[in-house]
Design a protein around this ligand. Sequence first.
Ligand code: GTP
Ligand code: MG
Length: 177
Amino acid sequence: MKEYLFKVLVVGDIGTGKTSIIKRYVHNIFSMHYKATIGVDFALKVINWEPDTVVRLQLWDIAGQERFGNMTRVYYKEAVAAIIVFDVTRVSTFEAVQKWKFDIDAKVKLSTGEDIPVVLLANKCDLAKEGLVKNSAQMDKFCEDKGFAGWFETSAKENLNIDKACRFLVTKILENT
Ligand code: GTP
Ligand code: MG
């Protein structure tokens, strides 16, 4: 029996849906009511990955407002992967994606010295999209240029692609073990 515990960061601007994605993924619940995360919250997702392999994802749900604080270095310590979330209806949250990626790459590395794998989630895809996310070929290029492992359109509301994105991320994490 193989058992893994992986620390995964979930970051992105205020109100992009980080907490909603985690609540959907871990508890299969969703609420339209917005309650800002303060600092950091935690959730644990247990995945029966293969008959002989259990993966535990410790999800660090970091408040969007932390982009303007100095705590991220502390939060990022020993993470093996990250999820960056933006809101497809607000271009400013997509523009912030690079800032989050730079912050992660500057503050956390794998033991090999490599960058940790990062996936980009274009969340709220149940709503009308604005900006680059309307063009999936350009999004592919953006992600390749900026060093993302991949990107997915997600909806916490409709439960779209969240399992798929997380499975993809676990595959990337396991490649580094
Ligand atoms: P901070 O904790 O402030 O950083 O925000 P957050 O990124 O955790 O966002 P949160 O999950 O609290 O969601 C913000 C708002 O967006 C809430 O009102 C959610 O109900 C809504 N929301 C989240 N995901 C979706 C989605 O996929 N579709 C729609 N339509 N609304 C969503
Ligand atoms: Mg939150």
